[in-house]
Design a protein around this ligand. Sequence first.
Ligand SMILES: [Zn+2]
Length: 304
Amino acid sequence: METTTTEPTATTAATITDTTTTPELLIGSHLSTAGGWDALIKRSHEEGGSAFAFFPRSPYGKRSKALDPAQAGEFGARLKAEHYGPLVVHAPYVYNLAGKDEAKRAFAIEALAEDIELLTPIREAGQETTINIHPGAHVGQGTDTGCRLISEGLNRVLERASGVMVLLETMAGKGTECGRSFEELAAIIDGVDDKEHIGVTLDTCHVLDAGYDLVSDYDGVKRRLDNIIGLDRVKAIHVNDSQFGLGSHKDRHANIGEGQLGIPFFTRLVNDPDMARLPMILETKEVTPATHREEIALLRSLVA
Ligand SMILES: [Zn+2]
């Protein structure tokens, strides 16, 4: 991008005017819950993070033994005391609110409500907390039906438990995934009654994958996002580079700077005040135990 040639003056101006107001990036990775709440904080300290994600239960939907609900409030109070950015908990991939089978949808509703109940004491302790979900896959029923089922499912979840905000993730458009376009996400949100508790997570890899040209038309994509969903609905970012290019619908994350998005894009992202204020979660491959620590440091170093 051409930004490198125009950047120096902008950088100087920003450092003069914004040193006290520009917050540090709220950033971290998706961490393992093995060992429980304390181990999560320890892992976050090791990577030098100021935000993080985790699964509230096993990938197949079994309740976690490591995450004792009785200790959740204490965990929240510790994070709050350490000035953590919002948690972006990731719901297991097995939830499908758009499933064909009624029992599958009922399981997703039940489990998501339970996850919200597990996380509520964290938020009540003063630590901002959200739960991110893959909206769902319509499995041949069509996008309109899929989006409608997701809205209906979310209505049932939020009637039961609304202690933390649910974030719909922007999807790559693999298979029959719903939420592959800003319009689909807007349609889902439109059908949700309790709009106070619905937001969006931007996954940078998925957005490129879905066909939005973040590399050569960053401003255009952002404008469409604002017009269709509203920037104020975006509450978190999954910061991932992409192995495949624009519109590939592959959903293959790459390490930061090693994919099709590249360093100029990430420089733009972390210097965009609308984005830099949001918690950023890495879902990149741990090539070595130091990968995430290095990627966090790299992204911080890009802040002008
Ligand atoms: Zn995800």
